[in-house]
Design a protein around this ligand. Structure first.
Ligand code: B12
Length: 271
């Protein structure tokens, strides 16, 4: 574990904690569940801070300004698995990020890495909720960490900031969440189109994140790879490159073109 922590710290990943597998059940019904090692005992959760400072004029959510976290965090976790496999050749390890059978927010909480906000996000005491979550599952028995007591400040700022009332206090009504609407593939209702136009985002939404008191004066990420190739403004001209290198391509280019069209129509109406 010490070797792993040393390796991760060198990559800028300092928040690491363990949850016992049984506390993470039930798993999400996704394909990647087949990769969870048989007789899984422990899951090692890691936080990948992604705040890189203010980005003026962006029309995509902060998490897609940085290079695609699936591949970037995945590379770091893959290296972590190699460290573990060397130290424990008899055991099995598998890494996941986002496309994971683990409910990552609840899992990272279980692993003692932060508290869960009313916006549904995991809040780390130093990085706020500007961090991605990834994990390594193993059949090695590791001592579990203890969840932090208490929750977020419960100030309700995120509930008030959500323009559509998607935050219910009990969770997220995904059908109303602007982040969800920007990635919807089916035809949009006129109310949904309006949400994209008013939000001004071609992908994602940061309203319930940016207003959180835990996210004021955020600490810059020590992960150097997140400072390269930033995507500030998505346009039809850089769409190909954006899809190839940022976490917004997985629903296909058509969804992004549609969102840009909605935003362009709004611009035309203004002048
Ligand atoms: C599907 C998904 C979405 C969907 C639906 C989100 C939702 N909340 O249902 C949409 C597209 C809307 C979405 C949006 C966003 N997402 Co998202 N999403 C996911 C994904 C892939 C699965 C989530 C899921 O379906 N979980 C199933 C539900 C049932 O579980 P849950 O989310 O853990 O929620 C439960 C717990 O939180 C628990 N709970 C609530 N309060 C408390 C308190 C305590 C004490 C305990 C124990 C439990 C608990 O109850 C909830 C219901 O059961 C995860 C990755 C993953 N594998 O977990 C990323 C993930 C949650 N998303 C992430 C991000 C960054 C976002 C956005 C901020 C992106 C953006 N800027 O647009 C927004 C935030 C919107 C929001 N307020 O939730 C990050 C969150 C990182 C963090 N620090 O928390 C994740 C973990 C991806 C990652 N690997 O980093 N997302």
């Amino acid at each position: 574990m010490e070797q792993l922590k040393k390796y991760l710290a060198a990559q800028g990943v300092e928040a690491v904690g363990v949850a016992s597998y049984e506390k993470l059940l039930p798993l999400l019904p996704v394909r990647s569940a087949a990769r969870v090692p048989q007789d899984c005992q422990s899951v090692l959760f890691c936080l990948f801070p992604y705040y890189i400072g203010p980005v003026a004029g962006r029309n995509v959510s902060r998490y897609t300004v940085v290079p695609d976290y699936h591949s970037h965090c995945g590379e770091i976790l893959k290296g972590g698995v190699e460290v573990l496999e060397k130290a424990h050749p008899q055991n099995r390890f598998a890494w996941f990020v986002d496309a994971s059978p683990f409910r990552e927010v609840a899992g990272a909480w279980q692993a003692g890495l932060g508290v869960i906000g009313r916006n549904g996000q995991l809040i780390h005491l130093r990085y706020g909720s500007y961090c991605f979550i990834g994990e390594i599952a193993t059949n090695l028995v590791l001592p579990s960490d203890i969840p932090l007591p208490g929750g977020c400040l419960d100030c309700g700022a995120c509930l008030r900031a959500c323009p559509t009332g998607a935050l219910t206090g009990q969770g997220v009504d995904t059908a109303r969440c602007r982040s969800q609407i920007t990635q919807k593939k089916k035809e949009l209702t006129s109310w949904e189109e309006e949400q994209i136009a008013q939000g001004g985002m071609a992908w994602g939404c940061d309203k319930c994140t940016d207003c959180c008191p835990h996210n004021q004066n955020p600490v810059l990420t020590p992960i150097q790879g997140f400072y390269h190739r930033r995507l500030e403004t998505l346009t039809l001209d850089n769409l190909e490159e954006a899809v190839a290198h940022h976490a917004l391509g997985y629903r296909g280019k058509g969804v992004l073109q549609r969102n840009l069209k909605i935003l362009a129509a709004l611009d035309r109406d203004r002048f």
